[in-house]
Design a protein around this ligand. Sequence first.
Ligand code: SF4
Length: 348
Amino acid sequence: MNLQELLHKDELTRDEIIYLLHLTDKEDLQQLYARADEVRAQYCGDEVHLRGIIEISNFCEQNCVYCGLRQDNNSLPRYRMTPEEVIETARIITNLGIFTIVLQSGEDNHFDTDIISYIIYQIRQQSNAAITLSLGERTFDEYRAWKIAGADRYLLKHETANANLYESYHLKQKLSERVDHLKFLKSIGYQIGSGNLIGLPMQTSEDLADDILLCKELDLDMAAFGPFIPSPNTPYQHKLSGEAELTLKVTAIARLVLKKVHIPATTALDTIDPIGRERGLTAGANIVMPDLTPFPYREQYQIYPGKRGSQDDPLESTARLQKRIEALGRKISYKRGDSLKLDLQQPL
Ligand code: SF4
């Protein structure tokens, strides 16, 4: 089978995914990215959906070895936004015409059931924006309460589908538990997002193929693939960063395998490659997630160092991002951009 036949197959096997991950020839890679772009256009159209992120707290009770927010990183100044600051930032985001609000934090139990429910309820009162929670692994009762309060989506990355690696990266957590949480979230009506880090120490092409296949098995609504970037004051601070090309390959292959799913061109990719967003958006991605966290907090949400745009004014940086998307000839969507698997695309 030649490469074009492989790229047009309806289903790819694990071995075929691994074969594609090993492509290095420039022309072969161009064919892979062009095919992923075609599949993206077929299943998602040309619109790029924006998700406005508010990083509500950088406290975290976990100690993931690759992450700058880990609890043992005592050198990081910690912050929590007040509920009023979060609600006001959400209002600013919807005024920009962005109708997905992502509330993101480390695992911070200070933001308990009631506080998060209150924030969700207040955002709900001011607009019809979709609300995505990205608050780490929480209790099933909390997920349920927040769904009732009006949350629409939950983003919980599986990080790696290799259970042994998972346990070496996350000292107190298990992959099976993370998968159970994702399944539970889906069962109670959340649109779910997950995904992995590319280029983590000890990770193999087989692991990356399993990551993509796990995304398929979970029937995700959104799948995110970002490069690992070493963070100071963590056990992995001296490890090598993941590569942009490998991240693009995973993104493109994931588009071929998952088809009808939202895939972001990630900020992490844009941090290690000056045209990372453009490369992602032309290799299968269809969403971008601008960081609209206000100063001074945005500089302190340091999962990894040098995050692109973290020193810039959030509104100016989002405007620049919009221009970059339009320069690709892609249209920006001003709708919620719900799951492509739902019939309930809600017009505003
Ligand atoms: S990856 Fe998430 S859970 Fe792990 S330390 Fe970072 S913020 Fe906390």
